[in-house]
Ligand binder design. Structure first.
Ligand code: MSP
Length: 642
């Protein structure tokens, strides 16, 4: 039987700055669902990627003195590294600069034009550059961007427009009659009252004032509005109007587009209208979760209040980071991120409740049964409450995972884990162990605990993906014992199961000490020495300095100096002599034939009677010594360094 497809997407992120905890939340939520659906037997397509065009990126690249492509390439690598670090199991990564996507966007734009849904006119209004959003006067709030509350600029230019207004009725019907389409339900009213009721205006979908975008194929002084380009990713990534992929018919319509609330408008109004115009099916669900806030505002690059997820993953482990974010964010609402809450949560849920349950249970099986349980059992009324809770858990968790109430699902799982810890105290295995005639009862109690650990960790495994396999090894579960379906069954482990002592799963954290250290690291005040930088220079200042690669033809000490070495350098321009104060750290003969880097346009100077025509680059070590900066050997002599 072929597997049922399940298609889930994150927004494609702007690579305009490094990713932060806010970006992690959506991606982790999707990863949880993707892992869970795969375990349930679905054929999952989990898409993420980057949204790389637009004026904002063009500006950032200009400020950084690099091409937009180079600018995004570097940041996209960081996003990919982060996703790998925190265990994101995406199936496809789309970049809007990928050729196949560009080709599809051009075709989509052309089709909308040919069908009469896109027409040429003039745009007069306001533009918010950071949000890449056009606004009419009436949409502004106190004259500012209604999304980010920043200044907007006047904009007037020839532009293409999408007939969004033509879809008003259909969109209102979609939002009001299909309760599944947009969730949580509160977002529906926001969309109807703030956007549809005041009247949808046609949307400006091309720009001529900058270049970094997908050119309109039939009028290439225009680039396609970045949101038309970006939203299309959900189908171009499946091969819609391109030959790079061909699974559009398998996965479309998407089961869910996941995102935070600020971009729900684009996904529940503009995107469905585009699809209606293209005569394509609509996604089954758009889900807008809340924001992770920090110091009272949405965590984001532009507000500067970001927390670096690499640091948290390194300090607490990926599972702890994943668990904290998914456990803390309430359904549909915002969640204030705080280091204290995070550490308290890790201590209470992971170290105390789950970690202790596993280590105590395994330790008792080792202590009282040498690691292997006996098969005899004596059941009791006292087992019922815990076992009933465990048996019912799978349905509760599935219902909550399916409706994206991740925090509720995790809290339900931990209720059972806490109940199991209480069960240990109630049944006092250490007392049973003293009485040989109670051996079978003792084995029953410990077996029940192992079973509860098995059930709860299967259900936790889409979140705690690194720790759960370690726990399964400790409780002696086989691969078959921990498949998803078996989380709804009890008495799955062999009766005479053998456990194995393992490492501490979640070390308890000393909160006061940790907060101090973590804050220092997050503020950049870690143990690293504070570095005072020279006054800032502009890119033009830097460009005045010409750095090049040279080859050492000869090198010898300077007679009247203990410090200086005299180099004859092949500089690709006929050669030159340079003196360098590194005699104490290098033997001249070791440097001959090596490529070095040097300042090529430094005013010549005389040192100890010898002329020096430049400066060889070296790093200053903490002890005051110097180490030369050698370029890669494949770099040709004379190459300019930027
Ligand atoms: N490029 C657009 C999306 C295009 S989708 C066709 C964009 N990118 S973004 O980089 O700004 O990322 C937006 C998404 O990142 C949010 O919708 C949300 O999923 C996630 N988050 C970014 N900051 C966040 C928080 N502080 N809290 C929660 N989610 C956050 O918009």
């Amino acid at each position: 039987m072929s597997k049922k497809p399940f298609y889930i997407t994150t927004p494609i992120y702007y690579p305009s700055g490094n990713p932060h905890i806010g970006h992690c939340y959506t991606t982790l939520a999707c990863d949880l669902v993707a892992r869970y659906k795969r375990m349930q037997g679905f054929d999952v397509m989990f898409l993420t990627g980057t949204d790389e065009h637009g004026q904002k990126i063009e500006k950032k690249a200009e400020e950084a003195g690099v091409t937009p492509q180079k600018y995004v390439d570097d940041i996209v690598e960081i996003f990919k590294k982060l996703w790998e670090r925190i265990g994101i199991t995406y199936d496809r990564f789309i970049r809007t600069t990928d050729d196949y996507h560009v080709e599809s966007v051009q075709k989509i734009f052309k089709e909308l034009y040919d069908k009469g849904f896109i027409y040429k006119s003039e745009y007069v209004g306001k533009y918010c550059t950071p949000c890449e959003a056009f606004w009419t006067e009436s949409q502004l709030v106190n004259g500012k961007c209604p999304d980010c509350n920043r200044e907007v600029a006047d904009a007037r230019e020839e532009a293409y427009f999408f007939k969004l207004s033509a879809f008003s009725e259909k969109l209102e019907k979609l939002l009001t009659e299909n309760a599944d389409f947009l969730q949580p339900a509160s977002r529906v009213n926001e969309m109807i009252n703030n956007f549809i009721k005041p009247g949808l205006e046609d949307l400006c979908v091309s720009r001529t004032s900058f270049k970094w975008g997908v050119p309109v194929e039939f009028d290439d002084k225009h680039v396609v509005y970045v949101w038309i380009d970006a939203l299309s990713n959900y189908i171009t990534a499946l091969g819609y109007k391109n030959s790079r992929y061909d699974d559009y018919s398998e996965y479309w319509p998407a089961d869910v587009h996941m995102m935070a609330k600020e971009i729900v408008r684009f996904h529940s109004i503009i995107w469905p209208a585009m699809l209606m115009a293209l005569d394509l099916p609509l996604p089954k669900k758009v889900y807008g979760h809340g924001w992770i806030t920090f110091n009272g505002a949405k965590m984001g690059k532009s507000t500067g209040n970001v927390i670096d997820p690499f640091i948290l993953a390194d300090r607490y482990g990926v599972d702890a980071l994943r668990y904290h974010l998914l456990r803390e964010m309430p359904f549909g609402s915002d969640c204030a991120f705080s280091n204290e809450t995070m550490i308290n949560r890790l201590n209470s849920d992971l170290a105390n409740d789950l970690g202790n349950l596993v280590s105590r249970t395994v330790a008792m099986v080792i202590k009282y049964f040498d690691g292997t349980l006996i098969s005899e059992r004596v059941e009791s009324e006292a087992d019922k409450e815990l076992l009933n809770m465990a048996a019912a858990l799978k349905d509760v968790v599935e219902e909550n995972y399916d409706s994206f109430h991740f925090s509720v699902a995790l809290s339900e799982i931990f209720k059972v884990i806490s109940r199991a810890n209480k069960y240990i105290d109630e049944n006092a295995p250490w007392v049973l162990a003293k009485d040989e005639s109670k051996k079978a009862r003792l084995a029953t109690v410990l077996y029940n605990l192992l079973e509860v650990i098995r059930v709860t960790t299967i259900l936790l495994s889409p979140v705690l993906f690194t720790t759960t396999p370690k726990i399964w090894e400790q409780i002696g579960a086989t691969n078959d014992d921990v498949i998803w379906g078996k989380s709804g069954e009890l008495n799955v482990l062999r009766k005479n199961v053998t456990v194995k002592k393992g490492e501490v799963l979640f070390p308890r954290i000393d909160i006061d000490k940790e907060i101090e250290e973590l804050n220092a690291v997050l503020d950049g005040k870690s143990n690293a020495p504070k570095i005072e930088l020279e006054p800032e220079i502009t890119i033009d200042d830097f460009m005045k300095c010409e750095l090049r690669v040279g080859l050492v033809k000869s090198c010898e000490p300077v007679k009247r100096s203990e410090k200086l070495l005299k180099f004859q350098i092949d500089d690709g321009m006929g050669g030159r002599q340079i003196l360098s104060g590194i005699a104490k750290y290098y033997k001249p003969e070791d440097l001959i034939g090596k490529k070095i880097t040097f300042v090529a346009n430094l005013k010549p100077a005389k040192l100890c009677g010898e002329i020096s025509q430049g400066m060889i680059l070296s790093a200053e070590m903490e002890d005051g010594s110097a180490k030369l900066i050698f370029p890669d050997e494949s770099v040709p002599v004379g190459s300019k360094i930027r």
